[in-house]
Design a protein around this ligand. Structure first.
Ligand code: PLP
Ligand SMILES: N[C@H](C=O)CCC(=O)O
Length: 430
């Protein structure tokens, strides 16, 4: 029994399932989760001292590489002055100003401590603003674990719940609570139009992952997005871009800058906190001013705008704003995916790849899927084998075929070469 097994056994005694977030438990792929001891750049080392190339990067945040020296220094300096005040700081203003500058659809922003809080608060705000109850989400999208969003949800829910039913994907969520949540297939223009014809004047908000990353990576069509923007505008519904994953990861201005769509509200998280518990939601001033203490929509948090997280976030945003950062990250991610594709082709394995900025998806299928239904038809058994063959060679992929992958600026050519060499071996053994 190795140290990881020993730790997993020990963890399961005091932590449900041995993990503090379900997808870490390797439920889809089987085997023992790696317990991380330390990380640097594109690598982490587990409790047994084995080095892995990390292609999850904390599920997105570590875009500047693990333990980036500049971010570490900023955090150290902030920590010297206390970890939290529960009172406003100048750093929060700087971060808010920076976010508004980088994502122009955001005129005002409120900071929270997790992506779940961001989407939950954005929905409450949208409902308060419109005076309507109904929300629309899309199949396979995950927006955190707020009750009303746990219907046909992606990410970990796809590996342990039946997310095909129009019922809560989680126990403990009353049917009554999700009756105000309508779920539509991603990329289905017709379904969207039909709902708006019938119930458009009841829709408070439509929330979407603008590049879905919680059912592997699925991209929206241009027509789908423009219809979405048009219908929500026509019917006075709030369009919420959940950019917790894509914000500051697919491009400096997020998915909305690539798609040239202006949402009413945007949710951010992950990269904006540089790996610290930090997230935000923001958008039109007209809507944001409905929030307490100005308006009657209540939202609060003891640790919101935490100074140490703000320092990590500000430094990370500074790093990713440097010239060439996103060109380099995007190029490296594309190179990684074409390396995978070539290796699969050489081995005669049906395989498709996609990427945007520092986010990627690969599929054991002949073509890139465009819906949740299509993702479920990919060869999950082949994925599981591939995952373990890569892990055995020191490459750490997301332990589920329903998650996107993430690179960082430290995934340089040498690192890519090592991953692609491992992939060649893995495809040959499949
Ligand atoms: C698109 C999206 N929204 C919301 C969340 C929830 O964020 P958090 O895990 O920080 O609560 C996540 C990730 O978990 C996500 O990927
Ligand atoms: N897919 C999730 C977020 O992006 C994975 C993170 C988690 O829930 O632990």
């Amino acid at each position: 029994m190795g140290k990881n097994d020993i730790l997993f056994e020990r963890a399961q005694k005091t932590i449900p399932g041995g993990v503090n977030s379900p997808v870490r438990a390797f439920r889809q792929v089987g085997g023992t989760p790696r317990f991380v001891a330390k990380a640097k750049g594109p690598y982490f080392w587990d409790a047994e001292g084995t080095r892995y190339i990390d292609l999850i990067m904390s599920w997105g945040p570590m875009i500047a590489g693990h333990a980036n020296p500049e971010v570490v220094e900023a955090v150290k300096q902030a920590a010297e002055t206390s970890f939290s005040y529960g009172a406003p700081t100048e750093g929060e203003i700087e971060l808010a100003e920076r976010i508004c500058q980088l994502v122009p659809s955001i005129e005002q922003v409120r900071m929270v401590s997790s992506g779940t809080e961001a989407t939950m608060s954005a929905l409450r705000l949208a409902r308060g603003h419109t005076g309507r109850d109904l929300i629309i989400k899309f199949e396979g999208c995950y927006h955190g674990h707020a009750d009303s969003l746990l219907v046909k949800a992606g990410s970990g829910l796809l590996t342990f719940a039946d997310s095909t039913q129009n019922a809560p994907s989680s126990g403990g969520v009353p049917q009554d609570l999700v009756k105000h949540t309508l779920v539509l297939p991603y990329n289905d223009v017709q379904a969207l139009k039909e709902v708006f014809v019938k119930q458009g004047d009841q829709v408070a908000a439509v929330i979407i992952e603008p590049f879905a990353g919680n059912m592997n990576l699925i991209k929206p069509s241009k027509e789908f997005l423009s219809t979405l923007r048009q219908l929500t505008s026509e019917h006075g519904s709030v369009l919420i871009y959940d950019e917790v994953m894509t914000g500051f990861r697919v491009a400096l201005g997020g998915a909305q800058s690539l798609q040239v769509i202006t949402p009413d509200l945007t949710c951010l998280g992950k990269v904006m906190g540089g790996g610290m518990p930090m997230a935000a939601f923001g958008g039109k001033k007209e809507i944001m001013s409905k929030l307490a203490p100005l308006g009657n929509v209540y939202q609060a948090g003891t640790l919101s705008g935490n100074p140490v997280a703000v320092a990590a976030g500000l430094k990370t945003l500074e790093i990713i704003s440097r010239e060439g950062f996103f060109d380099c990250l995007t190029g490296q991610t594309e190179k990684l995916m074409s390396g995978f594709k070539l290796a699969a082709d050489e081995a005669g394995v049906p395989f498709a790849v996609d990427s945007v900025g520092g986010m990627f998806g690969f599929y054991f299928a002949n073509e890139v899927p465009t819906s949740f239904e299509a993702v479920t038809k990919t060869d999950i058994e082949a994925f599981k084998k591939f995952f373990h063959l890569m892990l055995d060679q020191g490459v750490y992929l997301a332990p589920s075929a329903y998650e996107a992958g993430f690179t960082s600026i430290t995934h340089d050519n040498g690192v890519l070469e090592e991953i692609i060499t491992a992939a060649k071996t893995a495809f040959k053994k499949l």
